[in-house]
Design a protein around this ligand. Structure first.
Ligand SMILES: *Cc1c(COP(=O)(O)O)cnc(C)c1O
Length: 390
């Protein structure tokens, strides 16, 4: 029995239901609004908008769809450039390519692991000289930590470039008291199964520009002109969120704050038990910001710790623990071979270093204390072995 439970798989970030989801799903069934519209969708949009303090929100089928809509609304098209954080999931940049535009990748800086203001400034300066400024900048808030918005936003404003804030991982986070996702022209959230709250699959686009969000609703529902005979004068998408899934989202949103507290608690325990180890550094939390600590991540500096990330990942995997490397930067992806990249400083590729040396630990809020101890001991063991052989 004990052996069986020790082998139980620990997932990186599995869904965690609150227990109230079925009530909203029942409502949808009772009213027969089994459709991509209905009162759960409207309420979910209003509740998210109120929580983060923006005028409006549009619920869609995924975070990727939300980024696609945001870039469409900004008029991104063939021949345009869009600047994008390099250290992120591929979905931050794929919609740029859907629209026929070209991404340009911007490196991270060490304080937040997010877009480097130095690299962005260099990229904008060069683009301005060439007369090829980007149509938009996609700024990602990695693992719940906000980017340096107080430096990045003014830079974009200086060149009059709209920002899409990819907050897929940072719902419930704050920067200087302002909700993550409210800094750009558009903010984007994901409710994929692995995110801090989930609708099993879903996303949202938020903004203070109600007119453009009305257009987002229009484009996300096949761009039907107001006519009874299905008339279309623009290219649309089928991106609206189902009323059933929005019901899951409403119940999940009610527990968001306790989920943030729990993830921060999980981080705290990892930090206490592993933070003192030589060469181990946890992802920083910028002063004046609150990270939802979606995933606890750390780096191992091999020259100080004597152990590389691959070795630790390998032993976690052999213990049936799902840990992952930090995102592989998009400028290193075969898909984006040959795409332009601006490093943090000449010859200093921060995102590449983070990818090579970084580890994401299981951070799900339904993880038990015993499970977390299993993970902690697995990492600590490497260091015990080392000490005993010296
Ligand atoms: C999850 C994620 C997305 C995509 O969201 P989906 O809902 O899975 O489409 C986009 N950007 C980042 C940074 C993400 O982590």
């Amino acid at each position: 029995m004990l052996i069986a439970s020790r082998n139980e798989r620990i997932y990186l970030s599995p869904p965690h239901m609150s227990g109230n989801e079925m009530k909203y799903i029942q409502d949808a069934f009772q009213s027969n609004w089994i459709a991509p519209s209905g009162s759960n969708v409207e309420s979910f949009e209003r509740e998210v908008a109120d929580y983060i303090g923006v005028k409006d929100a549009v619920a869609v089928t995924s975070g990727t769809a939300a980024i696609h809509l945001a870039l469409s609304l900004l008029g991104v098209q063939k021949g345009d450039y869009v600047f994008c954080s390099s250290l992120t999931f591929v979905a931050s940049a794929n919609p740029v390519v859907y629209l026929g535009a070209e991404p340009v990748f911007i490196d991270s800086e060490p304080d937040t692991w997010n877009m480097s203001p130095l690299a962005l400034a260099a990229a904008l300066r060069e683009a301005a000289i060439k007369g090829k400024l980007p149509k938009a900048v996609v700024i990602v808030n990695l693992y719940g930590q906000s980017a340096k918005m107080d430096e990045l936003i003014p830079l974009c404003e200086q060149y009059d470039i709209p920002v899409v804030e990819d907050s897929a991982e940072s719902l419930g986070s704050f920067f200087k008291g302002k909700a993550s996702g409210t800094f750009g022209k558009f903010g984007v959230y994901s409710f994929n199964g692995n995110k801090i709250i989930t609708t099993s699959g879903g996303g949202m686009i938020v903004s203070d520009d109600q007119k453009l969000l009305e257009k987002a609703r229009f484009l996300a529902s096949q761009a039907k002109d107001p006519a009874p005979h299905y008339q279309h004068s623009q290219l649309g998408y089928n991106y609206r969120l189902s009323n059933i899934l929005a019901g899951i989202g409403r119940a999940q949103l009610q527990v968001l704050e306790s989920r943030v507290a729990a993830r921060r608690g999980i981080f705290g325990k990892y930090y206490q038990t592993l933070g003192y180890l030589p060469g181990i550094k946890f992802m920083p939390e910028l002063k004046n910001s609150v990270s939802n600590r979606w995933l606890t991540t750390f780096t191992t500096n091999e020259t100080q710790s004597g152990i590389n990330a691959q070795t630790i990942l390998h032993s976690l995997a052999s213990e049936n623990i799902e840990a992952r490397p930090v995102w592989k930067p998009l400028h290193l992806q075969p898909l984006f071979d040959g795409v332009k990249f601006y490093p943090h400083e000449e010859g200093v590729d921060v995102s590449k270093w983070l990818f090579k040396n970084g580890i994401c630990l299981p951070s799900g809020t339904n993880m038990t204390d015993e499970e977390q101890v299993r993970i902690i001991e697995c990492v600590q063991n490497h260091f015990k072995v080392r000490v005993s052989t010296i």
